[in-house]
Each structure stands twice: as structure tokens, then as C-alpha cells.
Design a protein around this ligand. Sequence first.
Ligand code: ADP
Ligand code: MG
Length: 150
Amino acid sequence: MKLYLPDEQAMTDFGGQLAQAIDAGAVIFLLGDLGMGKTTLSRGVLRGCGHTGSVKSPTYTLVEPYETPAGTVYHFDLYRLADPEELEYLGIRDYFTDDALCLVEWPEKGQGMLPVPDLEIRLSLSGEGRQLALLTNTQKGQQLVDNLTK
Ligand code: ADP
Ligand code: MG
């Protein structure tokens, strides 16, 4: 599934739709270069989960936890991770529970230490906006995309 999002507002709105499409937890990888809108999309998802506070990029903390009306959300940004092994010290396994929503920016940096994502979203530049490509790897991910399109 591919979609074109012309501006930041469209990206945030799509995040809201994504949040609505999640039944209970999911692992979502956000792939794409710096400035492609991964954090913007994450912000939209958190808003869609009913989070009203700020959403900062967890670039230095690696992960930011949120307790939202829709459940627990962990927002990762692994850009600064030097070695995937470091995730062991972070207690990475405790985050990827069945009912938590895990949004992961720069999952490439955690290679070998992360679970198979239910959904991968690839963000790329397209004119003034962004192109999103959605790829599902699990039944849960497929259900999520089905919910999105109905
Ligand atoms: P990343 O987390 O991938 O590094 P950010 O979410 O920080 O990227 O976004 C970088 C910039 O891209 C922001 O200025 C944001 O407003 C802009 N942006 C986000 N989505 C879109 C879009 N669909 N079209 C155009 N600009 C966008
Ligand atoms: Mg970011």
C-alpha cells in the first residue's frame, strides 16, 4: 500500500488514522532518512491515542514511554545507538509486549535485537511532500492495514 501525504498536517492526520486502526498493540518500524517525517508521524499516532501533552524526539533517551487513553505507547529513536547490543542494557525485551504499541525510528540501528515488525512504513521524499509505503509482516499487521482501508 502506498500513499502520498502533501504536508505535515496530512502526516499527523494519517498518524491519527493509524492509531484508530490498531486493535491492541503492534510493532511499527518507521524507515526513512532524517527529515522524512518519522517523528511527525509518531506524534500523530500519539495524538490519535489520546495523548495531549508534548511529543519530543527521543534521540538522546532512545525511548520515550507514554501512558495514553488507548494504552501504552513506546516511541523509540535508535539513531544514536552505537551497537545493537546496547539494547540489552536498555531491557529491550520488556518493551515489546503484546499489548504495547512500539513505534521505532531507525530500527536498522537495532538490527538483530528487535522483533519482526507487524508493519513497516517507508517514508521518502516526493515533491514537496512525502510518499509512504506500507508493508505488513504479520497477521496483526495485515489486520491493521485492513482496518485502515475500510
Ligand atoms: P524525522 O523524524 O524523519 O527525522 P521529522 O518528523 O522530524 O522527521 O520531520 C522533518 C520535517 O518534515 C518537519 O519539518 C515536518 O514538518 C516535515 N514534514 C513531515 N511530514 C511532511 C509531509 N508529509 N510533507 C512535507 N513535510 C513534512
Ligand atoms: Mg525523528
